[in-house]
Design a binder for this molecule. Structure first.
Ligand SMILES: *Cc1c(COP(=O)(O)O)cnc(C)c1O
Length: 385
């Protein structure tokens, strides 16, 4: 008799052999442009905290006050004992930032995607999904039971062909896309996607996880960046990146949100967001609205680093229009090696490997709180590698 768990060891060995093995790294102290990683201070180019708000004293104070006032846990589903006035305030603030009629807060962005997609389509329906979409969109699509067709990354022509061939065979159709692609940094062709959605009577869901607080003149996201505010679509996002907290949301029409409150299992059957997370996200949105200087500083940093990196001829930069800048490496082993060299030089920028992405790369994400010296050091170290 063999042990029914034996295969786990074998599987791990295969992962090791492919250089795909992953493990956690401990960060000490507050998040920020520099962090202490394994006892060493490093410049942090690995964070999603684009505006540097996760360590902001006002978010910390808001979380502490909310905890003192309302406790550590929300104690139940939002539909039972888990709803607080704070949740409503946060949802109104998100809807106001996004200029949508309403919004619904989930316990994470992953749960928001899974819950929204599974509620919107089923067995008789079609999902068309960008090949590079985030795991939460892909798994939401699988969970929904709809027929899923992936189209090549940002390929509007291929999407249109698929719609011509397939749309009439299904009841409802949902197009899924990241707005800022999280492991590449490029943007979806949102206006063209909206036009196709209208032409073929499809719903369109855009995941603004890396765009909220980052893209558009007021930080409302790619919808604002592309001048598509007010058009009919479903916006998803997270409170855990530029908003420095934890949680996710869906923003859209009253009807959409009312429907999701009644039909989205990952919202109904999970505990409401904690008072601390809710209050911190609310404080972040207030800061974004009142202090546009953080967004401006972020983009100054992005443009400065991009200028410096373009002067390095050996770096294979992937196309990007966001604070995420990646350069490609020929193999997972080489990506790991460069990641290690960067860390030895005091720079934290991780290797991203398959199966997360098709080709190995180093991923750099910029923050508003990076100093010019941090950016210059990164460019100097990369020049020497
Ligand atoms: C991070 C991310 C999510 C998940 O958000 P969490 O709140 O961390 O669960 C969803 N979609 C995209 C594109 C992301 O980058």
């Amino acid at each position: 008799m063999t042990d029914p768990y034996d295969w786990l060891q074998h599987s791990l060995l295969t992962i090791h052999r492919a250089d795909w093995y992953r493990s956690v790294q401990t960060i000490h102290g507050l998040p920020g442009a520099t962090v202490v990683l394994g006892g060493e201070e490093v410049i942090n180019f690995a964070s999603n905290d684009y505006l540097g708000l996760a360590g902001d004293e006002r978010l910390i104070a808001a979380a502490v006050v909310a905890t003192q006032e309302f406790g550590t846990g929300s104690t139940g589903s939002r539909l039972l004992s888990g709803h607080r006035e704070l949740h409503g305030e946060l949802e109104r603030a998100i809807a106001s930032l996004k200029q949508t009629e309403d919004a619904l807060v989930f316990s994470s962005g992953y749960l928001a995607n899974i819950g929204a997609i599974a509620a919107l389509v089923g067995k008789r329906d079609l999902i068309l999904s960008d090949q590079y979409n985030h795991s939460s969109l892909k798994n939401g699509a699988i969970l929904s039971g709809a027929t899923v067709i992936e189209y090549s990354h940002c390929d509007v022509t291929e999407l249109k062909t698929q719609l011509h061939q397939q749309r009439q065979n299904y009841r409802r159709c949902l197009i899924l896309t990241d707005s800022v692609f999280s492991m590449d940094g490029d943007l979806c062709p949102l206006p063209a996607l909206l036009d196709l959605a209208e032409e073929f009577r499809c719903m369109l869901l855009v995941d603004e996880a890396h765009a909220t607080g980052v893209m558009g003149a007021t930080g409302a996201g790619c919808v604002e960046h592309f001048g598509c505010t007010g058009r009919q679509l479903i916006q998803i996002g997270t409170l855990s990146k530029a908003l420095g907290s934890l949680g996710g949301y869906v923003a859209g029409s009253h009807t959409l949100i009312d429907y999701l409150r009644n039909r989205s299992p990952s919202w109904i059957y999970t505990t409401g967001l904690s008072p601390a997370d809710t209050a911190a996200a609310l404080a972040a949105i207030n800061i974004i609205r009142q202090e546009p200087q953080h967004l401006m500083q972020l983009w100054q940093n992005v443009n400065y680093l991009r200028t410096l990196l373009l002067e390095l001829p050996n770096l294979k930069l992937l196309p990007s229009a966001s604070p995420i800048l990646c350069f490609q490496l020929p193999s997972a082993a080489e990506a790991l090696q460069v990641g290690k060299q960067l860390k030895q030089a005091g720079i934290f920028a991780p290797a991203i490997r398959p199966p997360t992405v098709p080709t190995s790369r180093i991923r750099i994400s910029l923050m508003a709180t990076h100093k010019t010296t941090h950016i210059e050091k990164l460019a100097a170290v990369l020049n020497g590698i």
